[in-house]
Design a protein around this ligand. Structure first.
Ligand SMILES: *[C@@H]1O[C@H](CO)[C@@H](O)[C@H](O)[C@H]1NC(C)=O
Ligand SMILES: *[C@@H]1O[C@H](CO)[C@@H](O)[C@H](O)[C@H]1NC(C)=O
Ligand SMILES: *[C@@H]1O[C@H](CO)[C@@H](O)[C@H](O)[C@H]1NC(C)=O
Length: 396
């Protein structure tokens, strides 16, 4: 329409020369109006764009806020799941504990009556202790079963059975430092501790760690506040019978995962031992055979077993078996051994796992009379039955 109008104006321009000036004025006015209109539309358009921008900005701010709350929710849920997992874990352990405790009372009684039988059989050699090397034709082939007997004391500690033939006494050391231990007449009175009160034994000096040993009527332990002093204390009159310093020991914990124990005593068929870690040989474990009578060193072996990630160890027939785990607690397994007789090699041995999926052992002590490990698993007093085979079978 505009073009038409222009054309008409143009064609008639020659003929209508007189009216020219008024027509020019009209055109000018027309164009000015159009420009003004366009300007107004541009301004409105600009305002619209600004509004859209503002809305975009508001929306993204809202989105950011939402993402923040989602993140907060996510971490809250994560924490909740984690605490739930640990609670489930504890419940599982409690169930396992009850499950193990209830049906096994009869077998505890059986093993006690067996012990009574043993007492009668060995009446003549009442004072006898373990004879060195006599039963040492076996090697460990696996961990047969586990029995959780009790939950008592601190999260860390140690409990032991008297290895003297004919004795069924149980000794209970709660915590990693104390001078008071408890003595129970038998495993039965230990598991049913409200039927008989234990005997309270006060040591002249507190112990350090969880590595103590009971042997031949004496308790052997790391004297607290000393680097590496071993005390031998009579269980009869609680006096210090002897003391010694264990060279190279006490600078680092024996096991990487059990930070409070620097000297770990062990008893096997051959007698009394002590295990420690030596930083001069890369933190590997060192085993020392002690003469219990004179409390002197018979021999020392540097082993090839690492203390890193180890949580415990025990000695069976002169062979050290080292148990490894992880910092968070997990499935314990034997992954290193050292045989002083050089008849067993780690190559002969498959990795041996402990039965439970989750555990954290602060002490593990072998009991040569009944071939069991007495362990302290995060406050639970636990027994592991070992599977042993004749060493000779392996050699030939
Ligand atoms: C020492 O052990 C006794 C008996 O188990 C216990 O009652 C006491 O609280 C312990 N002391 C410390 C400081 O842990
Ligand atoms: C232990 O004590 C509790 C409460 O006094 C009692 O109910 C329970 O029968 C006792 N257990 C044994 C084995 O005597
Ligand atoms: C304490 O008993 C041990 C035996 O357990 C004995 O050798 C020692 O002489 C006794 N000491 C004292 C002071 O009675």
């Amino acid at each position: 329409m505009l073009l038409k109008l222009l054309a008409v104006l143009f064609l008639s321009s020659g003929a209508l020369r007189a009216q020219r000036s008024t027509q020019d004025a009209f055109m000018l006015e027309y164009f000015q109006r159009r420009i003004l209109e366009m300007e107004e539309r541009l301004i409105r358009c600009d305002q619209d764009i600004q509004k859209v921008n503002q809305r975009m900005y508001d929306m993204s701010a809202e989105m950011r806020g939402q993402v923040g709350t989602v993140n907060a929710l996510k971490s809250e849920i994560h924490g909740y799941v984690e605490s739930l997992a640990t609670r489930v874990d504890r419940v599982e352990r409690d169930v396992e504990y009850l499950h193990n405790k209830l049906p096994d009372t009869s077998s505890v009684e059986i093993s006690d009556s067996l012990l009574d039988q043993q007492v009668q059989e060995t009446q003549s050699k009442r004072k006898a202790v373990i004879t060195a090397g006599k039963e040492c034709s076996t090697r460990l082939s696996g961990i047969k079963s586990q029995k959780i007997l009790k939950k008592a004391g601190d999260a860390v500690g140690s409990w032991l059975k008297d290895p003297t033939i004919g004795s069924s006494k149980i000794y209970f050391f709660s915590g990693s430092r104390n001078n008071t231990l408890l003595q129970f007449g038998s495993l039965k009175s230990f598991t049913e501790s409200n039927t008989s009160k234990p005997k309270v034994i006060q040591l002249p000096r507190p112990w350090q760690g969880t590595g103590h040993a009971i042997y031949d009527g004496f308790v052997y332990y790391h004297n607290a506040d000393t680097q590496n002093e071993v005390l031998k204390v009579s269980l009869v009159n609680r006096t210090v019978a002897d003391r010694m310093l264990l060279p190279t020991a006490g600078r680092i914990p024996t096991y990487g995962l059990t930070s409070h124990t620097f000297l770990d005593f062990a008893v096997d068929e051959m007698g009394l031992w002590v295990i420690h870690a030596d930083p001069d040989i890369g933190g590997n474990l060192v085993i020392t055979k002690l003469d219990s009578k004179s409390l002197s060193t018979e021999h020392t072996w540097d082993t090839t077993c690492k203390s890193r990630n180890a949580e415990g160890a025990f000695i069976v027939c002169g062979t050290l078996y080292v148990v490894y785990n992880s910092h968070s607690g997990g499935r314990s397994s034997i992954q290193c051994l050292f045989d002083i007789h050089d008849t067993i090699w780690i190559e002969d041995l498959p990795v041996m796992y402990f039965p439970k999926g989750y555990s954290s052992h602060s002490s593990m002590h072998y009991q040569p009379q009944d071939k069991q490990i007495y362990a302290w698993d995060d406050g639970y007093q636990t027994v592991y039955h070992l599977e042993e085979v004749k060493k000779l079978l392996q050699v030939t």
